[in-house]
Design a protein around this ligand. Structure first.
Ligand SMILES: Cc1ncc(COP(=O)(O)O)c(C=O)c1O
Length: 398
C-alpha cells in the first residue's frame, strides 16, 4: 500500500536549518530558527523550570495516567495567566480549559470543537500568518478565508483593509487572531485596534479564535493579554489556544491549552466534554511533565517570581537586539527604513529586503534567513550583531 504514497515536500525552514548546519563558515548566523536563544546562542532550560523539575522528580510517586483534560490545577492556572484570576468571565463560571500537547494541539482541539458546534463556520486567517495555521486548521475541515493583515511596503498592519474585510464576515464564522507577538511579522494590534475589532465582532457576530503562543515576550505577561481580556469582557464566546513552549521554554514537553469562554455558566462543562471526547479520539491524554512544572511554578511564590524575572530577561534581550539591529543598519546606502524592527514585538519581524539581497546574505556571508525575510531576533547576540549589521549594509550597498 505504501507504493501509492509520494514523498511530501521538505519543510523550507528545516531545509534552511540543514544547510546552515552544513555551512563550514565560523561567522555563520541562523536567523531562521523558530526558538528563543540567549546571548550565548543557546535555548536554555529556564531556572524556574530546572528548580521545579528537581522538586517534581523528588516528589513524584507515580506515572499513572493523568486524565483526558490533563492536570486540573494547571488548567486553572493557565486561565488565570490568560484572563487574570478576577476576570468577570472566571468569577461568573463561564470558562473552561483543557491541557493539550503544545499550542499546536490547542489549535487543533479548538478547531475540532468549533467544527462540532458549527460545521458551516468558515475560518478567516490574516495574510500572512504562521505558516502552520493553514494546514493545521484546514485539515480539521475548515473552509479557510483570508483577510489582509500586513502591509509589506509600509511595514505595518494594513488595518483599514483588515477591518474592511472583517466587515464582510457573517455571524458564526471564526476569525483567527494572534494574541501578541505576531508570527511572522511582529506587528501587533494596538489597544484601539483591539477595541475596534471587538466592537465589530459584537456587531457582526463572528467569533474570535485567539492564538497566543508568546505571552510575556511582547510588552509583559498582563500587557500581552490585553486584547483577549478585552474580548472576553465584551463578547459572549471566545476560543483561546495558548502555549508554554516559548514563555516557559518547554518546547519538547508539549504543553499547551485550549480555553473557552462561553455565554453562560452551564456551557463550559458541555464544551469541555466535547473537547475531551476529541482528545480521547486522537491522542487520548496529554503529556503530563510540562504541565506539572507550570502548575508548580505558578503555584509557588518564589518559583513564580524567578520565572517572571526570566520572562522579563527574555523580553528585554529581544528588545535590545531589535534596537541594536535597527540602529546598526538604519544608516544604509539605499536610505531604506528599518525602524519597524525596533517598534515591533516578539521574536519575529520581516527584514524586508529583496530576494537577491537575501540570497547574497546566505551565499556570500553565511546568514540564513527564510524566504519571507522573517528573522528571529533571538538569533542575534553580542557576538554576531557587528558582523550581521556589516553584512546587511554591504548587501544593501550593491
Ligand atoms: C503563532 C504560533 N502559534 C502556535 C505555535 C505552536 O506552538 P507549540 O510549539 O506549542 O505547538 C507557534 C509555534 O511556533 C506559533 O508561532
Amino acid at each position: 500500500m505504501f507504493d501509492h504514497l509520494n514523498a511530501m515536500p521538505e519543510d523550507p525552514i528545516l531545509g534552511l536549518m540543514a544547510a546552515f548546519r552544513k555551512d563550514p563558515r565560523e561567522q555563520k548566523i541562523d536567523l531562521g530558527v523558530g526558538v528563543y536563544q540567549n546571548n550565548q546562542g543557546q535555548t536554555p532550560v529556564m531556572r524556574a523550570v530546572q528548580q521545579a523539575e528537581d522538586r517534581l522528580i523528588a516528589q513524584q510517586l507515580t506515572k499513572t495516567y493523568q486524565g483526558i483534560a490533563g492536570d486540573a490545577d494547571y488548567n486553572q492556572r493557565v486561565l488565570d495567566l490568560l484572563l487574570g484570576a478576577d476576570h468577570e468571565v472566571q468569577t461568573e463560571g463561564r470558562t473552561c480549559s483543557i491541557q493539550t500537547p503544545g499550542g499546536s494541539g490547542a489549535l487543533r482541539i479548538g478547531a475540532e470543537v468549533i467544527r462540532r458546534a458549527n460545521p458551516d463556520a468558515r475560518l478567516w486567517v490574516g495574510v500572512p500568518t504562521w505558516p502552520n495555521h493553514i494546514p493545521l486548521l484546514g485539515s480539521a475541515g475548515f473552509q479557510i478565508e483570508q483577510y489582509p493583515y500586513y502591509d509589506r511596503d509600509r511595514h505595518c498592519i494594513n488595518f483599514d483593509a483588515m477591518l474592511d474585510t472583517l466587515k464582510q464576515v457573517p455571524a458564526g464564522d471564526i476569525v483567527l487572531l494572534h494574541g501578541c507577538c505576531h508570527n511572522p511579522t511582529g506587528a501587533d494590534l494596538n489597544r484601539q485596534q483591539w477595541q475596534q475589532i471587538t466592537e465589530l465582532a459584537q456587531e457582526k457576530g463572528f467569533i474570535p479564535f485567539i492564538d497566543i503562543a508568546y505571552q510575556g515576550l511582547g510588552d509583559g505577561l498582563d500587557e500581552d493579554a490585553y486584547g483577549l481580556r478585552l474580548m472576553a469582557s465584551h463578547l459572549p464566546e471566545l476560543v483561546i489556544a495558548s502555549s508554554c513552549s516559548k514563555n516557559f521554554g518547554l518546547y519538547r514537553e508539549r504543553t499547551g491549552s485550549t480555553s473557552f469562554v462561553c455565554n453562560n455558566s452551564e456551557r463550559p462543562q458541555i464544551v469541555l466534554s466535547q473537547a475531551m471526547s476529541i482528545a480521547r479520539q486522537t491522542y487520548s491524554m496529554p503529556p503530563a511533565h510540562g504541565a506539572l512544572l507550570v502548575s508548580m511554578i505558578l503555584g509557588d511564590e518564589i518559583l513564580e517570581s524567578t520565572w517572571h524575572d526570566e520572562v522579563n530577561e527574555v523580553r528585554h534581550r529581544i528588545q535590545s537586539m531589535r534596537t541594536l539591529l535597527t540602529d546598526g543598519i538604519q544608516n544604509n546606502a539605499t536610505g531604506q527604513d528599518f525602524s519597524h524592527i525596533k517598534q515591533q514585538k516578539g521574536m519575529f519581524s520581516f527584514l524586508g529586503i529583496s530576494n537577491e539581497q537575501l540570497a547574497s546574505l546566505r551565499e556570500d556571508y553565511g546568514i540564513y534567513i527564510v524566504d519571507s525575510t522573517r528573522i528571529n531576533l533571538a538569533g542575534i547576540n553580542s557576538g554576531n550583531i557587528g558582523y550581521l549589521c556589516e553584512s546587511i549594509l554591504k548587501v544593501l550597498a550593491v
